[in-house]
Structure formats: structure tokens, C-alpha cells
Design a protein around this ligand. Structure first.
Ligand code: ZN
Length: 133
């Protein structure tokens, strides 16, 4: 078992940060060739997704889509003023599991792993656990 906590710095209020390289490095440093990589975001206004990393317009369109689901202005009561971020975080979820084969995360040709910031910019954490199977 290998557990790591990585620092993730986001630079806008809402942002999908491609962390595929960071995750690949973490898997590589674990030395696990065949196994499972578990990713967890310990935050209530951020999340994780695996989606297209070829055309940047996809991420842009997803952010627009999320804004239409939970607009910045609305009939919210939460005094912190970041209810849309909590909603988006819950929709996206805080965890992902990726298989490891040949010492690398198994991803489709067009897939990347994204840290989803919904209330940035902030200094965030990403917990990674790599296990041999
Ligand atoms: Zn809040």
C-alpha cells in the first residue's frame, strides 16, 4: 500500500485541472505494476472526473453546463455564498478509481483525469492510494 497526499493549486473560481501527469507519476513512484489507484479529494467544493483531454472546448462547455445546473446567483441561504460550488462538487463526486497495468493508469485514448475546482482559486489536496492486486 502506498498513500500520498499531493498539493494542487488552482487558479480560477471554476477550473478543470488536468492531473493525469501527477497521477501517473504517483503510480510510477509507488512501484506497483498491476493494481488499483484510488483518488480522493478531501474538499466540499471540489471534485474529480475523467473526461476528454484532447479538445479544450469540452472542458469549457462542461463548465458552462455546470453553471446552468447551479448558477452563481440563485435563491441560496448558505452564508458562505458558495452553494453553487457545493452543488457542483456533489454532482461530480470526490473519488475515482483507476486500474494500473504495466505501471501506468489505464485510460482511454481521449481520457484525462481532472481535478475539478468549483470555489477557487485555492490550495487543494489530492489523496492517492495505490494498491497491488
Ligand atoms: Zn460553503
Amino acid at each position: 500500500m502506498n498513500k500520498m497526499t499531493l498539493d494542487v493549486k488552482t487558479s480560477s473560481r471554476t477550473q478543470f485541472l488536468d492531473i493525469t501527469g501527477k497521477v501517473s507519476k504517483a503510480v510510477e513512484s509507488s512501484g506497483v505494476e498491476e493494481g488499483i489507484c484510488y483518488l480522493f479529494v478531501p474538499h466540499t467544493t471540489a471534485g474529480l472526473t475523467i473526461n476528454e483531454n484532447a479538445d479544450p472546448d469540452v472542458v469549457r462547455d462542461m463548465l458552462i453546463g455546470f453553471d446552468s445546473i447551479a448558477p452563481q446567483q440563485g435563491d441560496y441561504l448558505h452564508s458562505e455564498g458558495n452553494s453553487p460550488a457545493h452543488i457542483k462538487s456533489s454532482i461530480m463526486g470526490q473519488q475515482k478509481t483507476v486500474l494500473i497495468e504495466g505501471g501506468k493508469p489505464v485510460l482511454g485514448t481521449w481520457q484525462g483525469i481532472y481535478f475539478c475546482e468549483f470555489d477557487g482559486p485555492r490550495q487543494r489536496k489530492l489523496i492517492i492510494k495505490v494498491a497491488k492486486t
